[in-house]
Design a protein around this ligand. Structure first.
Ligand code: 1GP
Length: 245
C-alpha cells in the first residue's frame, strides 16, 4: 500500500480534505487560498465538480506548484482527468442505479489512468438526501438515499466493502442544507471497516467535530472557503486537536 491511501487507511488519525471547485476561484482567490493551505496544512486537496467550465488541469497545476500536499481529482465525470494530479478518488455512485456512474465513466477513464500511473482509490460514493436537490443528483440521474433510511445506507456501504472498494464517501452534496446525519454515519461506521469520508454542507468546525465523533475518518469541506478562505485554520486546528487525544 503506498500513496495517500496508506494515510487514509490508518484510521487511528483523523484527516481533513479541502475541495477546490475550479470554477469558483480566479487566479487571485486561488493564490489567497494557497496561502491558507500552506499555513494550516489540510491532509488532502480535492479538485473537481459536477460540471466545470474551467479546465481542471489549470487548478491542479496551480495547487501542485503552490503547495506540497497531495492533489487528487474528485471527478464529476470522465472528462475530468489530468496527469498532473497525484491521484483520483475513482468514484462509483453506489447509492444510484445509473450504470454510467457505476462503471461506464470508469471504462472511459481507465486507459488514461493506466497510462498516467496516478494513484487510484476505488471509492463507493453514496449520495444522501439533505432536504434540497443537488447537482450530483441531477447530473447523475440518480436518487439519493433518504436521510431517514439508515438501514439502506448501511446495506449499501456493506455491499461496497464486499465488492472490494477501498473507501466509502457519504455525500450530502456541495452546499447542502444539512450534512449527513450522525446516526447514519455511526451505523455505517459500526458495520464496515473501510475508511469513511463525509462531506457536503459542513459549515463549521463544531459540525465537523460531530461528524468525526460519529465515525468519519476524513471530512471534506469546500463551499465555505470560497468566501472565507481564512477558515481553513478552524478545520485544521480541529483535526490536530482530535489527533492529539
Ligand atoms: C461536495 O462534499 C463536498 O462534494 C464538499 O461540500 O462544498 O458543501 O463543503 P461543501
Amino acid at each position: 500500500m503506498t500513496g495517500f491511501y496508506e494515510q487514509l487507511h490508518d484510521r487511528s488519525r483523523k484527516r481533513f480534505a479541502l475541495l477546490v471547485d475550479p470554477d469558483k476561484y480566479d487566479d487571485r482567490a486561488l493564490e489567497v487560498l494557497i496561502r491558507h493551505i500552506n499555513q494550516d496544512q489540510p491532509d488532502l486537496l480535492l479538485v473537481g465538480g459536477s460540471i466545470l467550465f474551467n479546465p481542471i488541469e489549470i487548478t491542479i497545476t496551480a495547487l501542485k506548484l503552490g503547495t506540497r500536499l497531495p492533489v487528487f481529482i474528485f471527478p464529476g465525470n470522465a472528462i475530468q482527468l489530468s496527469d498532473r494530479a497525484d491521484g483520483i478518488l475513482f468514484l462509483s455512485l453506489i447509492s444510484g442505479r445509473n450504470p454510467e456512474f457505476l462503471i461506464g465513466n470508469h471504462v472511459l477513464a481507465a486507459p488514461h489512468l493506466n497510462r498516467s500511473g496516478i494513484e487510484v482509490i476505488p471509492t463507493g460514493y453514496m449520495l444522501i438526501e439533505n432536504g434540497r436537490s443537488t447537482s450530483v443528483e441531477y447530473m447523475s440521474h440518480t436518487s439519493p438515499i433518504p436521510a431517514g433510511k439508515t438501514e439502506i445506507a448501511v446495506a449499501t456501504a456493506m455491499a461496497g466493502e464486499m465488492l472490494g472498494l477501498k473507501a466509502i464517501y457519504l455525500e450530502a452534496g456541495s452546499g447542502a442544507a444539512h450534512p449527513v446525519g450522525l446516526e447514519m454515519i455511526g451505523a455505517i461506521r459500526k458495520n464496515i471497516s473501510l475508511p469513511l469520508i463525509v462531506g457536503g454542507g459542513v459549515n463549521s468546525a463544531e459540525t465537523a467535530e460531530e461528524l468525526y465523533n460519529a465515525g468519519a475518518d476524513m471530512v471534506v469541506v469546500g463551499t465555505i472557503f470560497e468566501k472565507e478562505p481564512g477558515r481553513v485554520r478552524d478545520f485544521c486546528a480541529l483535526r490536530d486537536k482530535l489527533n492529539r487525544k
